[in-house]
Design a protein around this ligand. Structure first.
Ligand SMILES: [Zn+2]
Ligand SMILES: [Zn+2]
Length: 454
């Protein structure tokens, strides 16, 4: 993930105190790599040599010396392991391998760790056959690749790759710790705010209707804006990059202002809550940026590690930490947004969830058929007059059975509370229908008459 330069700088400047200290320390890790490369080269292990040793081609299987690299987790720290496999039978025919083994065994700081308790001393013939020159490297008696060849392994114990991974995993834990804290702070801030909004927008009296409709518009625009996650299936419900999220957040703010749903006085508590809402979203954005920035830093530093050493740390590292819940932060924005969206829906229901599938207006008065589908009374009466018996949604034979007992009273009261303006409008339209008649030419009755018919 790449960030636009200006965007990155702007966000970095806004980072809350303590955040940059907790972030992945790229420069320090880079120094670590440098020291490790030096350590390797003192053993004759240049990147080019390691590439030759580590490649797993068939040809390599025949080689006298190969190298295997792995990462494992001890506690929460990732520990590297470099193992040199030596086939002593082939060693005398392989000049490169022989000199390699000689060089490695001459080093005192390596190869002290063994896989099996069985160990022995081996001798390396110098060119010219000086048998007295022996190294005291002990090697483990290890698994053999083929039945007739004896392959032994010795582990290279180096300092700076251990330091590198210890540093990296510790920093990742710091990052996750900070994110955990921030997540809790943001989470409760959102909770408190939605609670406040639910109080001001609660339609306990006509006085609150403006707030109710104001927040319904804001929340609808908020859902439409899809700021942190794309809700489109084509996008695979993917999280957005912080830069894109930033653009969606500005779009949302512009739309709210364009909609003129907020009161004219900016001192009004709805404005105060709205500004808080936008601010919290900005904080969430900073967090996603922080998260992506660290992810990027880890990927980049491992790439550098691999490039300088020819080892394959990057894929191994992500595989190893993947199973560690402490090290792999779940997406903060995703978790908070999911929670927030469901909360917003329950605080202020949206009209689209209460529409009649036939007329696309509010399904008032709501008639619940035996198949549990809900239509407005107006449309249901038209269906009955046309002697249509099949439910338009599921084709169950339920329409003609319905009578006044099918009116969903609880839903009706709920709609009256939360959609007073839509209901009023619907009543007016139904009255108009009475005089003009709908396109079906069936004379339609007002709600009052409809009850008698049913
Ligand atoms: Zn309808
Ligand atoms: Zn149905």
């Amino acid at each position: 993930m790449k960030f636009g330069h200006n965007f990155q700088r702007a966000l970095e400047n806004e980072m809350p105190p303590g955040w940059s200290e907790a972030a992945i320390q790229y420069k320090a890790l880079k120094k670590c790599i440098k020291r490790f490369v030096y350590e390797l080269s003192s053993l004759g292990l240049s990147a080019e040599t390691i590439r030759r040793l580590i490649s797993s081609s068939d040809e390599n299987q025949q080689r006298a010396i190969t190298m295997t690299y792995s990462l494992a987790k001890e506690g929460h720290v990732v520990v590297p392991k470099i193992v040199v496999n030596v086939n002593f039978e082939k060693l005398k025919d392989d000049e490169f391998a022989a000199s390699m083994v000689k060089q490695l065994s001459a080093s005192s700081n390596i190869a002290n760790s063994f896989h099996t308790p069985t160990s022995r001393t081996f001798h390396i013939n110098e060119k010219g056959g000086n048998d007295n020159h022996c190294s005291n490297i002990k090697v483990g008696q290890i698994n053999t690749y083929t039945d007739d060849s004896e392959v032994q392994q010795m582990e290279l114990l180096l300092n700076f790759d251990h330091e590198f991974f210890e540093k990296l995993t510790t920093e990742l834990q710091n990052v996750e710790h900070l994110q955990q804290q921030q997540r809790e702070i943001l989470h409760s801030a959102f909770e408190n705010l939605t609670h406040d909004i639910s109080l001001t927008a609660s339609p306990v009296s006509k006085k609150h209707y403006n707030s109710l409709y104001c927040w319904r518009t804001i929340f609808r625009l908020y859902m439409d804006a899809d700021i942190f996650m794309s809700s489109k299936e084509a996008d695979g419900n993917r999280e957005r990059s912080p830069e894109l999220a930033q653009r969606h957040l500005s779009w949302f703010d512009q739309q709210v202002r364009k909609a003129h749903c907020l009161p004219s006085s900016t001192k009004h508590h709805d404005w105060v809550f709205y500004n808080q809402f936008v601010e919290l979203n900005r904080n969430l954005l900073k967090m996603t940026f922080f998260q992506s920035m660290n992810k990027l830093a880890v990927t980049k530093i491992l790439k550098k590690f691999d490039k300088r050493t020819s080892l394959t740390a990057q894929p191994l590292f992500f595989k190893v930490i993947d199973s560690d819940p402490l090290l792999v932060a779940d997406n903060v924005a995703k978790a908070i947004c999911f929670n927030l969206n469901s909360k917003l829906f329950s605080v202020i229901p949206q009209l689209q969830d209460f529409e009649c599938a036939i007329c696309s207006n509010i399904a008032y008065k709501p008639v619940r058929l035996g198949c549990s589908h809900v239509f407005c009374l107006h449309c249901l009466i038209i269906l009955q007059r046309q002697k249509v018996n099949l439910c338009p949604l599921c084709r169950a034979e339920e329409v003609l059975k319905a009578d006044s007992r099918n009116i969903d009273q609880a839903l009706l009261n709920f709609m009256k509370t939360f959609f007073p303006r839509e209901i009023k409008q619907k009543r007016v339209e139904n009255e108009e229908d009475l005089f003009t008649g709908p396109s079906t030419s069936v004379r339609v009755i007002s709600d009052k008459n409809a009850c008698i018919i049913m």
